[in-house]
Design a protein around this ligand. Structure first.
Ligand code: URA
Length: 247
């Protein structure tokens, strides 16, 4: 059975999307600056059905409504930005429009990439979906392109696949991971879990050092070639489904 469409008062919806306080929102509703299907909404307390197509139907101060709650973004994370709401220095959230950083529920990253890792990063305000993607139960595969300081020795793929590799300071062995060699100093690694600095620590455990790391796939969702570093895109239902295991 499909979920019923949630409804929200217009002032609450716009305040939650970061457009201003409910009083401020009331001001621009009274001024006729919010329209639905081309007709100005008169009452800020009107209940609005929050459908996924609302941004195509509602206009706020002359611009399409921001994506309604339940948004999922795919960002090409550039090097040098941090996946955190509060650390000093450039944050992934500064790559999103200002107003999106005032949303409630907040948009958060789905897991993290290190500051010096680039590639596919998902962000969402949908807490339940976030947990489904990062839950170890779901084993969403994540694929990384790795450039190494030293040539591969030849036994790395077997050691990663064994399901017995221990990372420094840990007692639980890693789940089996796949590795495909691309050149003497580069490889593609697919993980089915997400431990802290996992790829870097896996190569440290086999006597190498990761020079560059880039994630290009999560589940069956690949980072598109035309999405430049620092740019993001809103995902549709089929792309979101491609991240999760097939049922
Ligand atoms: N493994 C790492 O070492 N770093 C990342 O950012 C992701 C996986």
């Amino acid at each position: 059975m499909s979920k019923p469409t949630p409804t929200l008062r217009l002032d609450r919806l716009l305040a939650n999307l970061g457009y201003g306080s409910r009083r401020e929102v009331q001001g621009f509703v009274d001024a006729g600056l919010v329209t639905l299907d081309g007709v100005a909404i008169e009452d800020a307390d009107q209940r609005i059905a929050v459908t996924p197509d609302l941004s195509q139907r509602m206009v706020v101060r002359g611009r399409p409504l921001d994506p309604p709650p339940g948004v999922v973004l795919m960002l090409h994370k550039p090097l040098g930005v941090t996946c955190s709401h509060k650390e000093v220095g450039p944050l992934v959230y500064s790559l999103l429009p200002d107003r999106w950083r005032r949303r409630d529920p907040a948009i958060s990253t789905v897991g993290r990439l290190d500051k010096e890792t680039s590639g596919l990063l998902l962000l969402t305000d949908d807490g339940a979906l976030l947990h489904r993607i990062i839950s170890p139960k779901n084993h969403v595969p994540k694929r990384y392109r790795v450039t190494l300081d030293r040539p591969l020795r030849g036994d790395e793929a077997a050691r990663f696949a064994a399901g017995t590799l221990l990372l420094e300071g840990e007692e639980k062995p890693l789940l089996p991971a796949e590795m495909e060699t691309l050149s003497p100093t580069s490889a593609v690694v697919t993980l089915h879990e997400g431990r802290y600095h996992q790829v870097r620590r896996m190569f440290a455990a086999v006597g190498n050092h990761v020079q560059a790391l880039h994630r290009d796939c999560m589940g069956r969702l690949a980072l598109p070639d035309d999405l430049e570093p620092g740019r993001y895109r809103i995902l549709g239902e089929a792309e979101i489904a491609a991240v999760l295991p097939e049922r």
